[in-house]
Design a protein. Structure first.
Length: 275
């Protein structure tokens, strides 16, 4: 049973990684697949999908190409999600390492701050931060990064606490190395492996939060994102459901593939059972 589960996770991880690679290639080639500004009005409004070979997925209520919006939105949603997740993981690693390797007072202080951040739901905190900072891609990345780091911090802290009493750490102390050098050069590399298990979840959550903020109009108005496309098409859900269904499917597929790829990578490294 366990072997079958691992095999299923491995196959899912490979499939998720391949689809994620295709999405990344589409995002990178967005300007070639759909040249021009995706916000331009290029055809008759509400052209149905496959009704015009020039606009395979139809147009929205303003005559904008839906396919262009999807491929350019992939670039925005994936890049913002990945950057925000990277920021959250970096902050979590820094806080977790300092908390785990420092004395009890610093550890308690940092963990109380971590718990304070965890008491507020990620989306609500990101929403509040973007409302204060302003609607832009950079501010969305900062807001998601600030609101998403606590799980990584707690995991890294636990691993650092487990490893800081190892023999090689004692040897580094006897060799006269400083505390920061030992923490970040000796202990941290060994504590990073379990963080891989969080990468898929963190990136997926960041994509969802970015899409939700775009849906609420709290993203860069000059950029197309999947969440913004859903917001623009929601008033026409009955008459033109493809305006909501297509970007919604894009979000669901991207998040699922990121999660599967992260889970497959964790399984490959043999850390699934330790999560």
């Amino acid at each position: 049973m366990i072997a079958a589960l691992r095999e299923f996770r491995g196959a899912g991880g490979v499939l998720g990684g391949l689809v994620l690679l295709v999405i990344a290639l589409i995002a990178a080639a967005a300007s070639w697949i759909a040249p021009g500004d995706p916000l331009n009005m290029v055809a008759r409004p509400l052209t149905q999908p496959f009704a015009d070979p020039r606009y395979l997925l139809g147009t929205d209520q303003l005559g904008r190409n839906v396919l262009a919006g999807l491929v350019h939105g992939a670039r925005v949603s994936m890049s913002v999600g990945a950057a925000a997740a990277a920021a959250a993981i970096c902050v979590g690693i820094l806080v977790g390492t300092m908390a785990g390797f420092s004395g009890r007072r610093i550890d308690n202080g940092l963990m109380r701050i971590t718990e304070a951040f965890q008491t507020v739901p990620t989306f609500l905190l990101a929403l509040a931060l973007v409302s204060v900072l302003g609607a832009s891609a950079l501010n969305v990345v900062v807001a998601i990064g600030i609101s998403s780091w606590p799980p990584t911090a707690r995991l890294v802290r636990a691993e650092v606490l487990r490893l800081k009493g190892a023999d090689y750490v004692d040897a580094a102390r006897l060799a006269g190395r400083g505390s920061l050098a030992i923490a970040f050069m000796e202990v941290l590399p060994g504590a990073l492996q379990p963080v891989v298990a969080l990468i898929g979840v963190t990136v997926g959550e960041a994509i969802l939060v970015e899409s939700a903020l775009a849906f609420l109009g709290l993203s860069d108005p000059n950029l197309v994102s999947w969440g913004g496309m859903i917001a623009n098409g929601r008033a026409l859900l009955r008459t033109a459901p493809y305006l909501v269904v297509l970007p919604g499917l894009a979000i669901a597929i991207a998040v699922l593939c990121v999660t599967l790829a992260g889970d497959g990578l964790a399984n490959r490294l043999g850390i699934v059972g330790r999560r």
